[in-house]
Design a protein around this ligand. Structure first.
Ligand code: UGA
Length: 442
């Protein structure tokens, strides 16, 4: 099948590559010429395990190409994916200007029936807007006789495991009431739905809301656990025992109930906020979602509070070793990362940071440049040297079994602030560390 994907961000690039991998002919279109040029040479702008190799394989096999030529893109695909960004507006609602621009481009250049698929995370009602925009453009060009359909097909991949998530989706949501589009989308996704039926067909608005509901539900689980962790700390309990105690109930489950330093990334914060704004816009007070957002905001400050309390508020002149800058492991993404809230609070209090992350060093450099209160270290060990304490913000695998003797040697004081409950408090106490974690007793 011929497929065009507009937008080579996380979603578009992964989706386009995976569709090529199963045999479809895919053209990815992006307005960023420099990015397209690199992609065409098989160089990808993000760190995502397994993706670069797949991009290269499919370019070489002649199934995947990249271009800035939107006209060629519109001519190529029977199915046209819109996978461009929907950044938050000033008020937090999703900005649709890029999505509607692509809709306009498709209508402007199409010469035959097209199925336009919204892959970007877009508010309920966006497909209607895309449809209206296309109809307007077709009509202004006297092309009213051309037919098209707009389908909602939200993406559920996670950064860090995007390739696997896309190759083995839990479900494939197809939102349309058009029987022909259902057939085409079934054919397109047949390679991913062979062993078990993964495709769930529904109306467009329900498909659009499903995406937000899924992310908001997951964000709710996290904020709920963070709230219980705060309570646990104050009531003399251990959140890790509580987590296992409740997770064993299959109605609750073990997934996404890890307390921590608050959720970050490009999805949960933006999507919870966008749904709150969408509710506000129709006069509905989304109380649960607002609480989820409020708890997350506070949770991102908890590490700083513990650090500040430990040092009696005297952070000026102190140096903190910081392990983990990305918003979660296996990515270099620092959007809404808890590490940023922490570093900024530390700097405001006059402290210095010696930071290490296995992948996000370049991104940190890009975001913060050369500040004299930030040292970017080449290894996790180098970050420790002469620091007053160690703070762990992201649970990278390589932080799980540190050389504790070296920690004792390098740190001025044997103090660890752990935002991800990586270690056992009893063991750390035995090793002579003052150990602060989340929702447990110090
Ligand atoms: C999330 C969803 O998990 C995907 O299903 C969805 O497709 C994607 O957003 C999207 O809308 O594009 P992602 O943002 O890549 O994926 O990251 P997650 O793995 O979901 O983690 C989000 C945040 O929650 C991280 O900051 C992580 O540290 C935090 N988290 C996660 C916790 O604090 N506790 C947990 O138990 C799980």
């Amino acid at each position: 099948m011929n497929i065009t994907v507009f937008g080579t961000g996380y979603v578009g690039l992964v989706q386009g590559t995976i569709l090529a991998e199963v045999g479809h002919q895919v053209i990815c279109v992006d307005v960023d010429a420099e990015k397209v040029e690199k992609l065409a040479q098989g160089v990808i702008p993000i760190y995502e395990p397994g993706l670069e190799a797949l991009v290269n394989e499919n370019i070489q096999a002649g199934r995947l190409s990249f271009t800035t030529d939107a006209i060629a893109g519109v001519a190529h695909g029977d199915v046209q994916f819109i996978a461009v960004g929907t950044p938050p507006d000033e008020d937090g609602s999703a900005d649709l200007k890029y999505v509607l621009k692509v809709a306009e481009t498709i209508a402007e250049h199409m010469q035959a029936h097209r199925i336009v698929v919204d892959k970007s995370t877009v508010p309920v009602g966006t497909a209607d807007k895309v449809r209206a925009k296309m109809a307007e453009v077709l009509s202004s060009r006297s092309k009213d006789s051309l037919t098209f359909d707009v389908v909602s097909n939200p993406e559920f991949l996670k950064e860090g495991s995007a390739v696997a998530d896309c190759q083995k989706p839990d479900r494939i949501i197809i939102g349309t009431d058009n029987a022909h589009s259902v057939e085409v989308m079934r054919e397109l996704y047949a390679p991913f739905s062979r062993q078990h039926e993964k495709i769930i067909v529904m109306d467009v608005r329900s498909a659009e809301l499903t995406k937000y509901a899924a992310n908001c539900m997951l964000a709710t689980k996290i904020s709920f656990m963070n709230e219980i962790a705060n309570l646990s700390e104050r009531l003399g309990a251990d959140i890790e025992a509580v987590r296992q105690g409740i997770g064993s109930d299959p109605r609750i489950g073990y997934h996404f109930i890890y307390p921590g330093v608050g959720y970050g990334g490009s999805c949960f914060p933006k999507d919870v906020q966008a749904l709150v704004r969408a509710a506000d816009a129709i006069g509905f007070d989304a109380k649960v979602l607002k609480a989820v957002e409020a708890r997350n905001y506070l949770q991102k400050t908890t590490l700083f509070e513990k650090i500040s309390q430990h040092f009696n508020g005297e952070l000026a002149g102190k140096t903190l070793a910081l392990w983990g800058l990305s918003f979660k492991p296996n990515t270099d993404d620092m959007r809404e990362a808890p590490s940023r809230v922490l570093m900024e609070a530390l700097w405001n209090a006059g402290a210095k940071v010696q930071a290490f992350d296995p992948e996000a060093m370049e991104e940190t450099q890009r975001l913060y440049g050369n500040r004299n209160d930030l040292t970017l270290c080449g290894t996790k060990e180098a970050a420790l040297k002469g620091a007053d304490a160690l703070v762990i913000v992201t649970e990278w695998q390589s932080f799980r079994a540190p050389d504790f003797a070296l920690l004792h040697q390098q740190l001025r004081q044997p103090v660890i602030f752990d935002g991800r409950n990586m270690f056992e408090p009893v063991r750390l106490a035995q090793k002579g560390f003052v150990y602060y974690s989340v929702g447990r007793q110090a």
